[in-house]
Design a protein around this ligand. Structure first.
Ligand code: ZN
Length: 239
């Protein structure tokens, strides 16, 4: 039902506390494989937030001070440039402005229809359950399906040639130094830490997720060993 690119899409979501919990994923009626995909996607988002937000926050604080404007605006800009230069360095091309982004990378659902892909009911219910917990009320299935459709439309816009023009225009040496690889700014070392962190979290998360007991004691054990703190403002790692 879900495409195997779900993890990548999950990673590209914004900052802030995770909207999903391991318990909710386990309790959902999705298939075993899909639950695992969601779990690993969730953990990779967490690992990236924990290890990259210290760099993103440092850039955003610096730019709000030097250039004015809201820190949140500079936060998104820093993440935009991280994504741009990371994809250029690792894959030789940016994802922005590529039809592939819409056709493959950003696909959330197995249904390949262009305008109205159908989301499976257990997936809609999983999101509703998590929103009920975080906001006290659950939207209808129709509403959640609408949000997924909006995401597909956004992905479509990002895949268009005009987005590629912006991407090409802004990949300057100055921006690379400012956000990605310059004095006091070393994206690669943060990213390497995120990969290491994900390895550890995936191991602990799967162990907890698949434990036959899956109770409070197991949860505590996971929390203690995973050490997941504030995702938006994590402490910078030493060294
Ligand atoms: Zn962020």
């Amino acid at each position: 039902m879900l495409s195997d690119d779900i993890c990548k899409v999950w990673q590209s979501q914004g900052a802030g506390p995770s909207p999903l919990t391991i318990e909710e994923i386990r309790a959902s009626e999705l298939g075993a494989w899909e639950k695992r995909a969601l779990l690993l996607g969730l953990l990779s988002h967490i690992a990236l937030d924990l290890e990259l937000h210290p760099l993103v926050n440092a850039c955003a604080e610096r730019d709000a001070r030097l250039r004015g404007g809201a820190e949140s605006h500079h936060h998104y800009l820093a993440e935009k440039y991280h994504s741009l230069f990371f994809h250029l360095d690792r894959f030789g091309e940016d994802i922005v402005g590529r039809p592939r982004f819409f056709r493959e990378d950003a696909r959330l659902l197995a249904d390949r229809s262009f305008f109205l892909p159908r989301a499976p009911r257990p997936l809609l219910d999983l999101f509703r359950a998590s929103l009920r917990r975080t906001h006290g009320a659950a939207p209808s299935r129709l509403q959640v399906a609408g949000w997924i459709r909006n995401f597909h439309q956004l992905a479509f816009l990002i895949a268009l040639p005009f987005a590629a023009r912006n991407s090409t225009r802004t990949r300057t040496a100055e921006n690379r130094r400012r956000y990605y690889d310059g004095p006091g700014v070393l994206f690669a070392s943060h990213y390497a830490r995120a990969e290491k962190r994900l390895k550890a979290l995936a191991h602990l998360g799967l162990e907890y997720f698949e434990s036959p007991r899956f109770d409070e004691a197991q949860r505590k054990r996971f929390d203690e060993r995973a050490g997941i703190e504030d995702l938006a403002r994590p402490a910078a790692a030493e060294g």
